[in-house]
Design a protein around this ligand. Structure first.
Ligand SMILES: Cc1cc2nc3c(=O)[nH]c(=O)nc-3n(C[C@H](O)[C@H](O)[C@H](O)COP(=O)(O)OP(=O)(O)OC[C@H]3O[C@@H](n4cnc5c(N)ncnc54)[C@H](O)[C@@H]3O)c2cc1C
Length: 373
């Protein structure tokens, strides 16, 4: 999806753009995600630089959604309903209060509310909830519809999409990225954007220093089917160990495990049981719902969980990878700021903490260190 967004923007600007995918277009992590645009609830202490980027992208989302829909002629299921985070025990409540105070201190609009008020918003919640946090600006988008719409928008703007066309290597000529090698042939380019998600280290032709430190972080999910006319849940819900995302068509997404298992795509009883058990504790009525789908995706996790954006050690090679848990949220800023860098060579200050250079200790501290200063 990062590649589609950047490719769309570059094609809009009049560039000749080719987007290669080793499989079907847009079927990586962006297809597997839950589509939460979660700035107010996802950020952990120590991620303040990332929080600023997340907030910027969150603010850009309403206009971005409108633009993608207009450019593609497709509905992307953007819903501005907000998010509820619930505690189930007194221990959870203490943790919730701590995160609430941290988020408020960082300028995020969140409010602590009582269990009764939470149940007014969502009547089918477990009645024993002691407290909740209401995050009015954390919305959602249908990420599968989004990737399809971005592909359509990019194609309409003139980008050429190449499914089932793995990039074997970045072609290097005169010490700079000069194109990509696909099926043994070099496709020349003025600039190459590496946006291969969790697979970003598998692309050949690059010295170790130019390989982004990205690994797959496995996530299992499932979807239940609610009655769309009488949904059990209307807002995105976070509960201990799980989140639940209701779609307009009645699908209720439940996610996600976080597993360090490489590219193992097994759906396990333990993973699914843990998700269902945690979801059932929050919303007991789910036990009657049919299971519609189970799946696995691979988050592109970097060494500090923040994205890797902009230039690196090879001229002409630009990075847009490592988005980990926030790639859907970060779609607008990734598309806008990375394409602007490709077009102008000017790095937006918002991207400066997120270049590959931060992983070289001799060059720069990482975002976490910057945030602490
Ligand atoms: C279970 C789960 C839930 C998530 N939930 C959310 C959420 O609610 N909100 C949020 O903001 N983020 C979420 N994320 C994270 C988000 O999905 C990712 O950060 C984002 O999708 C990354 O986008 P990407 O374009 O970098 O990677 P991908 O979507 O994985 O795209 C990379 C593409 O590169 C292609 N590729 C790989 N190698 C090659 C090659 N050699 N040649 C050509 N093509 C290649 C792949 O086929 C793939 O299509 C979730 C992730 C998972 C797994």
């Amino acid at each position: 999806m990062c590649g589609l967004g950047i490719g769309w923007r570059l094609a809009q600007a009049g560039c000749r753009v080719d987007i290669f995918d080793k499989g079907a277009i847009g079927r990586g992590a962006s297809h597997a995600a839950a589509g939460m645009l979660a700035t107010g609830v996802e950020t952990e202490p120590g991620e303040l630089a990332l929080l600023q980027l997340n907030l910027r992208s969150q603010r850009a989302w309403p206009a971005f959604a409108g633009e993608v829909e207009a450019a593609s002629g497709r509905d992307i299921g953007y819903r501005g309903d907000g998010t509820l985070v619930i505690a189930l025990t007194r221990d959870d409540e203490r943790h919730l209060r701590f995160l609430h105070d941290f988020h408020r201190g960082a300028g995020v609009d969140v409010a602590l509310i009582g269990g009764g008020e939470a149940r007014q918003r969502e009547p089918y919640l477990n009645p024993r909830i002691p407290a909740a946090v209401w995050s009015p600006n954390d919305h959602q988008v249908d990420n599968r519809a989004l990737t399809a719409a971005l592909a359509e928008a990019a194609a309409r703007a003139g980008a050429r999409l190449h499914p089932d066309s793995a990039v074997e290597a970045v072609g290097i000529g005169d010490s700079r990225a000069a194109g990509v090698v696909v099926a043994g042939e070099t496709v020349p380019a003025d600039a190459v954007v590496l946006a291969a998600g969790a697979w970003s280290r598998t692309v050949g032709g690059l010295e170790p220093a130019a390989l982004p430190p990205v690994r797959p972080v496995k996530g299992q999910m499932l979807a239940l089917q609610m009655d769309p006319d009488a949904p059990l849940l209307c807002h995105v819900l976070w509960a201990p160990g799980v989140y639940l995302v209701p779609r307009r068509d009645g699908r209720l997404l439940i996610g996600a495990t976080v597993e360090e298992k490489g590219f193992d795509d097994t759906i396990t009883a333990g993973g699914q049981y843990a998700l269902l058990d945690a979801a059932w504790r929050a919303l007991p009525g789910i036990e009657e719902l049919p299971i519609a789908e189970t799946w696995v995706g691979f988050r592109p996790g970097s060494r500090d969980d923040a994205p890797i954006l902009g230039p690196g050690p090879v001229d002409g090679l630009v990075y847009a990878t490592g988005h980990h848990r926030n790639g859907i949220l970060l779609a607008p800023v990734t598309a806008d700021l990375v394409s602007r860098f490709v077009l102008t060579g000017a790095l937006d200050p918002a991207l400066a903490p997120f270049t590959l250079a931060r992983f070289d200790p001799a060059v720069e501290p990482g975002p976490a260190a910057l945030a602490a200063e």
